[in-house]
Design a protein around this ligand. Structure first.
Ligand SMILES: [Zn+2]
Length: 369
């Protein structure tokens, strides 16, 4: 798919192609006030072993015209009809009636435009399992997906899952995604995941996650080929030496056991990678993990908390330093993870930090995700 898309892109066209639009729209995420913009973390000075993937647009400004623009930013505003001007890698203007004679114009009159929108949490590797467990509970997911299928995933499976997931996101108009990649059974799995994200030409954060060894998945006690979390040092040097590229690095961290979490989070911080972590998930979320991490001094501003549905009041206060929270809307809609009875349980004082995420593809019916 990548080859044929690239071939199509190389042909001159009087009209902007869909991929050109996506590239331009992808740039809009750079000024997101939270999460993924910040996920492009500081990087060491060593040169990358492989050339970073870069957007390859025409160089002209892009003017997205007459869309229903939802910035969700009070300083920018929301508009029933307005324009978004993208210049290079930044959003230059958001308002009605922008004039930019040199720009490529995209008609968005039948579309919602969300400049700066990012999907803060998808398990991309599950893309080839899409719809395989549409009525599954969280227990079914652990039994069948992470407990069985994930244990026999090959690097090629990860590549296919990541590629189809990212292309699906682009096809849906979601141009910037965090890949919460807890399938790092070997370093080759990591290489494959990163390669697929690069080949997609989307904007992504590769969040390096733990392996799936099957129940009880105590990966910190078993090697069996994985090098989590210390392989993040190689990944930083080999793929992410520059932050100025479409695919950047984070850690998909664990919250339990506390000492394992603290150690792996330290490895991420050593290489300047932000951290994203599941917390407050159903009964597991009532274990007090965030409280313990706070007492260990591990909670800092560089962490995004995903789900956060069953945190205690004290834990909410513990997360106050963080700028971002990830909310999986489809988890809510599909009434799983015990979210049905708890809803979006974010105290009002913390809602400004909320982002939205898609989560696990294997349980969704219909649209890509
Ligand atoms: Zn998740």
């Amino acid at each position: 798919m990548t080859t044929s898309d690239s071939a199509r892109d190389s042909r001159p066209s009087p009209e902007p192609s869909r991929r050109q639009f996506l590239r331009g729209a992808g740039a809009t995420s750079l000024i997101a006030p939270a999460a993924l913009g910040a996920m492009a973390s500081p990087a060491p000075a060593a040169p990358p072993a492989a050339a970073p993937a870069r957007a390859a647009g025409s160089g002209r400004p892009i003017l997205i015209k007459n869309g229903c623009v939802l910035s969700l930013d009070r300083q920018v505003g929301d508009f029933e009809s307005a324009d978004v001007l993208v210049q290079g890698a930044r959003i230059a203007a958001v308002r009605p009636g922008i004039s930019a004679p040199d720009a490529e114009v995209i008609d968005a009159s039948m579309a919602i435009v969300m400049p700066g929108f990012v999907d803060s949490h998808r398990h991309m590797w599950e893309g080839i399992l899409r719809n395989i467990l549409p009525d599954g509970s969280l227990g079914d997911y652990f039994r069948d997906i992470t407990g069985k299928l994930a244990t026999v995933y090959t690097p090629q499976d990860v590549y296919a899952g990541n590629l189809v997931s990212m292309l699906g996101a682009l096809d849906s108009g979601v141009t910037t995604v965090l890949d919460w990649s807890h399938i790092q059974n070997t370093p080759e799995h990591s290489d494959a995941a990163i390669q697929a994200l690069r080949d997609s030409q989307g904007r992504a954060v590769f969040a390096y996650g733990s392996p799936q060894l099957g129940p009880p998945n105590r990966w910190w006690e078993e090697r069996r080929g994985h090098k989590y979390p210390e392989d993040i040092r190689r990944l930083r040097k080999q793929y992410f030496a520059s932050a100025d590229q479409l695919v950047t690095l984070a850690l998909a961290g664990v919250a339990f056991p506390t000492e394992v979490a603290v150690s792996s989070w330290r490895a991420a911080r050593d290489v300047g990678a932000r951290i994203t972590v599941h917390v407050g998930v159903g009964q597991f979320g009532k274990r007090g993990d965030v409280q313990k991490l706070g007492e260990a001094g591990a909670l800092k501003a560089d962490t995004t908390y995903i789900h956060a549905c069953t945190l205690s009041d004290a834990e909410w206060n513990r997360t106050r330093a963080a700028t971002t929270l990830g909310i999986s809307v489809r988890c809510l809609r599909n009434k799983i993870h015990e979210f049905k009875k708890q809803g979006i349980a974010i105290p009002a004082a913390h809602r400004s930090r909320a982002e939205f995420a898609d989560a696990a593809s294997c349980r969704w019916i219909g649209s890509p995700g």
